[in-house]
Design a protein around this ligand. Structure first.
Ligand code: AQP
Length: 327
């Protein structure tokens, strides 16, 4: 069976962008791959996180994995910071990554833009991501559109290591879906719906109340031609809403376009909100049952144990290949 690894950073409250681009896919893929789903808490701290919030959000993301349908008996669910091999391999791989290629990472450019200081961890974070993936010999990584470049770096660094020290790592392939791979902000369709966006109306959070969800969609920007038509070039805001609708109702885009033909945006936005509410309601219920439970602790402890076994085999092989004294 081929192996898959992916995760969602606890850097803010999870929104429907992360659900559409990642979590929804995880739930399906767990049946096709031997799956590792982790919470990359070490990645979150590349920018400052309030310790109490980080603690709670880390549990929240893990609970959302389970509440959304990932089965902990099938997939391994764990926290990155519970498996020290990630950091150790990250350091070894930093010796293989080039300063110039890290400087070209668009996410680094975006996140450092306009800041007086940025942490060096933000700069080297794609190398830690490479370690996350290569440690598990993952054959596939489901990623949103924005993470494609980081996965290419993972392959480059892994290949460089293999060429220099002998074949140690499996080079992973991305899995990118067509619909939902890039959910944009409700206030600005040129910007990705992001956890760290301070404008709370730009995204719908997974735990938003029905009232909030209705309000946010009613305020979502559209355009002036009044047609529910999917066309990213000419109608990015409406196309984004149609894709969200398609993700949540599991209907084809053409079906949605047809239903609202000639009706303007009012009913379309209302029913879009209802489709999202309907999908989120059972997830929210399950989330509240498990988020602070000892059941979640047990899942994460078992997951870390299982993950560490796989990770330590790869780390040992990498250290041996590089010439470190190993026993
Ligand atoms: N808006 C989105 N549309 C589609 N996919 C998305 N993903 C995130 N936002 C969207 C995908 O979710 C996975 C986990 O992402 P992440 O949380 O680890 O990192 P991120 O992409 O940096 O997410 P955010 O929300 O933008 O976080 P901040 O603001 O903290 O940087 C990835 O596969 C991602 O593509």
């Amino acid at each position: 069976m081929q192996r898959l690894l992916s995760g969602i950073k606890p850097s803010g409250d999870l929104n429907i962008g992360g659900y559409g681009g990642a979590l929804r896919q995880y739930v399906k893929l767990q049946h096709e791959y031997e799956s590792y789903f982790f919470v990359p808490d070490l990645h979150a701290v590349t920018v400052y996180q309030d310790p109490k919030e980080l603690h709670q959000r880390t549990r929240d993301i893990a609970a959302l994995y389970i509440a959304s349908g990932i089965d902990p008996d099938k997939a391994t669910i764990f926290l990155q910071s519970q498996v020290p091999a990630h950091v150790e391999l990250g350091w070894l791989l930093e010796t293989q990554a080039h300063f110039g290629e890290l400087k070209r990472m668009t996410q680094f450019k975006e996140k450092s833009d306009g800041k007086d200081t940025v942490s060096s961890a933000l700069f080297t974070y794609p190398v830690l991501m490479a370690a996350d993936v290569l440690l598990y010999q993952a054959t596939h990584v489901p990623v949103g559109d924005d993470q494609k470049q980081h996965l290419e770096l993972t392959r480059d660094v892994g290949e460089r290591f293999n060429n220099r020290y002998g074949r140690t790592f499996t080079l992973p392939e991305p899995i990118i879906q067509d619909i939902g791979s890039r959910v944009m902000g409700l206030d600005d369709p040129s910007k990705k719906m992001s956890k760290s966006n301070p404008n709370k109306n730009s995204c719908v959070h997974m735990m938003d109340t029905p009232e909030d969800i209705r309000k946010k969609f009613s305020r979502a920007v559209t355009d002036s031609d009044g047609q529910v038509r999917h066309d990213w070039e000419q109608k990015p805001a409406v196309s984004n809403l149609i894709e969200i609708y398609s993700v949540f109702s599991e209907e084809a885009i053409s079906v949605i376009e047809k239903r609202y033909e000639g009706q303007g945006y009012g009913m379309f936005k209302k029913e879009l909100a209802e489709a999202v509410i309907e999908k989120l309601q059972p997830i929210q219920e399950k989330f509240y049952q498990i988020v602070n439970s000892s059941e979640l602790d047990r899942v994460l402890m078992n997951g870390a144990k299982r993950a560490a076994e796989t990770a330590s085999t790869t780390l040992h092989a990498a250290k041996k290949a590089m010439g470190f004294v190993t026993f």
